[in-house]
Design a protein around this ligand. Sequence first.
Ligand SMILES: [Zn+2]
Length: 72
Amino acid sequence: MGEEPRSVEVAGHRLVCPICGADRFTQGRSLLNTRGLTFLRLDWANREADNYICASCGHILWFLPSPEGQAI
Ligand SMILES: [Zn+2]
């Protein structure tokens, strides 16, 4: 069940890879574990995070849910 890379919008902005400039990403979702979050000092966000994998270079962009809730 391969996902097609697609363009992505985050907070009204088209996502563009900062490494290679491509605009096609495969979406993933990861459950962040407490140990990793503690290490990163992000205990408030102990839940799922969206990630987008650049279809061109493989760079992964992570987006944590806002601690105050999504603006949209
Ligand atoms: Zn890229």
